[in-house]
Design a protein around this ligand. Sequence first.
Ligand SMILES: NC(=O)c1ccc[n+]([C@@H]2O[C@H](COP(=O)([O-])OP(=O)(O)OC[C@H]3O[C@@H](n4cnc5c(N)ncnc54)[C@H](OP(=O)(O)O)[C@@H]3O)[C@@H](O)[C@H]2O)c1
Length: 316
Amino acid sequence: MSDKRFGKKGWTPERIGSLAGKTYLITGATSGTGFQASKILLSKGAKVVMLNRNPQKSIDAIATLRKELGNNSDLSFIHMDLADQASVRKAAVEVLEKVTHIDALICNGAIAQVPKQEFTIDGFESHLGVNHYGHFILQALLFPLIETSQGRIVVVGSEGYKMGIKTIQFDDMNWDKNYHQNNTYCHSKLAQIMSVYELQDRLKNANKKGVKVYACHPGASATSLIKTSGNLSSRIIFGLMMMTPLVQSAEKGAYPELMCATEDDLDERGYYGPTGRMYFTGPVGECKLEPFAKDKAVAEKLWTLSEKETNCTWTL
Ligand SMILES: NC(=O)c1ccc[n+]([C@@H]2O[C@H](COP(=O)([O-])OP(=O)(O)OC[C@H]3O[C@@H](n4cnc5c(N)ncnc54)[C@H](OP(=O)(O)O)[C@@H]3O)[C@@H](O)[C@H]2O)c1
């Protein structure tokens, strides 16, 4: 779907004005779309706080960005491992000590295509634990500050949401019976996307109008995602795809999350990403979201379960 405001090229960062005085938090910013999004936000004058699991990679990323953008860039990182709920809680406390407002929390970090069933520290299937539960608790803990800031929550999903079982596997959330490296990734991404629209509903019911919550996806982008956790054949297949026009740059992959974090008057019920063939590449705009991603009964059940599993109740 095209948005006339953006023209044929779709949304691009040229639309972002000065971000001086604004603060953005972004998870998983050592590489890929998170790194590129950080770079663009900094180039517009924003303060960026990365929430990363790997301290050395974070130091290197900061050094690279400072070299490119200047030593005055307002960039820092807080250690946070999404695979460890205690680490997420600790990071949230540190965020609240270090920043006075949050213009957007961009939930970007993820793992994908883990070949064998693995568990997070807290015993969750690894994709679900890192991608969904990690971000679920982070959002809940930072929500009070996002609310006083009248800020946004941006969730980076994936077109994978429609390539798996297309629902939440409540009877076996850890995939003990049918572990599959792609279905589990897709399951976690569907959980993340469903929770966006469920949170919107909950905010509306609580008459909380200030915070905006968005779901987007980066299409197919040349990042480290498959290289980090995928098996050899997945890495070879995606490596070959990266040499074709089917895959775009990591920078372009960052545009949808940047759009959701900065663009005014964007419909929250929409779902944003590249709109070209198969939504892999192309002008960034609104994409069609399959109805099962807004299945209210499933979303409510997932929310209740997520609060129970993370031992974290949202105060709305
Ligand atoms: N690339 C694509 O084609 C594609 C397609 C659909 C959706 N996506 C989505 O795009 C987002 C960005 O991924 P990307 O493609 O840019 O991949 P990437 O280059 O691998 O970046 C992923 C980031 O997440 C971090 N991360 C992984 N596990 C973490 C944990 N336990 N705690 C904290 N951070 C963690 C990584 O940190 P380390 O550096 O420590 O590994 C890295 O910084 C993800 O949400 C992904 O699902 C990507």
